[in-house]
Design a protein around this ligand. Structure first.
Ligand code: SAM
Length: 316
């Protein structure tokens, strides 16, 4: 392993934001196994500060410059950062990438990474956004179990289900104690992963557009949830989709939707190094998506203890 001369850390204390040339020095810190974590911490913090201090347009310009910088080559030794950036399935947060967050799947992409890549990934897994996303999947499994405990014949729909990793965490799914469990996703490869692991889950290969224009009619449900989808939808589509879901929820049913909050510490790194741009909403904006929904009895937004994710919880 080649080790580079490290830059005194005091030097990093003196600037609030990262000029592109200083990134070369962070790059050197990255290469030294003893300082990779420090380099990643500084990079993440400084990119967050930079994002906060710039206009949206300036920040976009900066991320373009960042992505031309040789540091990107190092950061992309991490399979997680690289996959989000390259988007082999057309968007950053595909189900294979989500497996790297959950620690599920075969782990092959991480295992095949260089030592530097593994160190960067190890740092990424300590970020609160990882913990919040893992908490999300556990929360979904718990919700499935609660719904099925009350009604063992419950019909449940996961919209944009990905690999539906919550299924493996749910006792009701393991014991087949549900009426219907349906995963809808546009990605057929993800649905095949579900089929192999859980043949008792129905799969619908469709986009949310097909759900919204009713060319796909999955049935009526007691519980509909969606995680990792509203992070990509603007308010107009988000509202329209909720209206469509309200049309297929049974009276007494529940809709549960997750969305990240703005200004999280990892967003600067995600946008600059991973080219991963999501739609982050504060509580009020998220809650407003549910206004005027037909049949809605009550609505609330729950924020997770890590203050990373909001959950829109709707009772019909
Ligand atoms: C971030 S992943 C979330 C997967 C899973 N729900 C989870 O929590 O891990 C986003 C998923 O949304 C699906 N998706 C994105 N846009 C979609 C669309 N327009 N229609 C249907 N599925 C979509 C993707 O295929 C992907 O599986």
């Amino acid at each position: 392993m080649k080790t580079m001369n490290t830059v005194p850390l005091t030097q990093f204390e003196t600037y609030p934001v990262i000029p592109v040339d200083l990134l070369s020095e962070i790059g050197q810190l990255l290469l030294n196994p003893a300082t990779t974590t420090i380099a990643m911490q500084r990079l993440t913090e400084d990119l967050a500060a930079l994002r906060d201090s710039r206009s949206t347009e300036d920040w976009r310009d900066y991320t373009r410059a960042f992505q031309e910088h040789p540091i990107l080559k190092y950061l992309h030794e991490d399979a997680f950062t690289r996959r989000a950036f390259r988007k082999p399935r057309g968007y950053a947060g595909d189900a294979v990438l989500m497996d790297m967050v959950y620690g599920t799947g075969d782990g092959e992409l991480v295992a095949k990474s260089s030592e530097l890549g593994k160190r960067i990934y190890a740092f990424a897994t300590t970020a609160p956004i990882f913990a919040a996303t893992r908490d999300r999947v556990a929360r979904l499994a718990k919700s499935i179990d609660e719904v099925c405990a009350e009604n063992p014949n419950a019909h449940i729909l996961s919209v944009a289900c990905g690999h539906m990793r919550e299924a493996a965490l749910s006792e009701a799914v393991k014991q087949n104690r549900f009426g219907r469990l349906v995963g809808l996703d546009q990605d057929k490869r993800s649905l095949r992963v579900i089929e192999r692991g859980h043949p008792n889950i129905e799969r619908i290969a469709a986009s949310i557009s097909e759900l919204m224009d009713s060319s796909v009619r999955p049935g009526q449900f007691d519980f509909i949830y969606s995680a990792g989808l509203y992070d990509y939808l603007d308010d107009e589509i988000g509202r329209r989709l909720l209206h469509s879901l309200a049309g297929i929820i049974k009276p007494g049913g529940r809709i549960f939707i997750a969305n990240f909050l703005p200004n999280l510490s990892s967003i600067g790194y995600m946008e600059a190094a991973m080219d991963w741009w999501m739609v982050y909403r504060p509580v009020e904006q998220f809650h407003a998506l549910a206004e005027h929904l037909p049949g809605l009895k009550s609505s609330r937004v729950i924020t997770d203890p890590l203050q990373h994710l909001n959950y829109l919880d709707l009772q019909f």
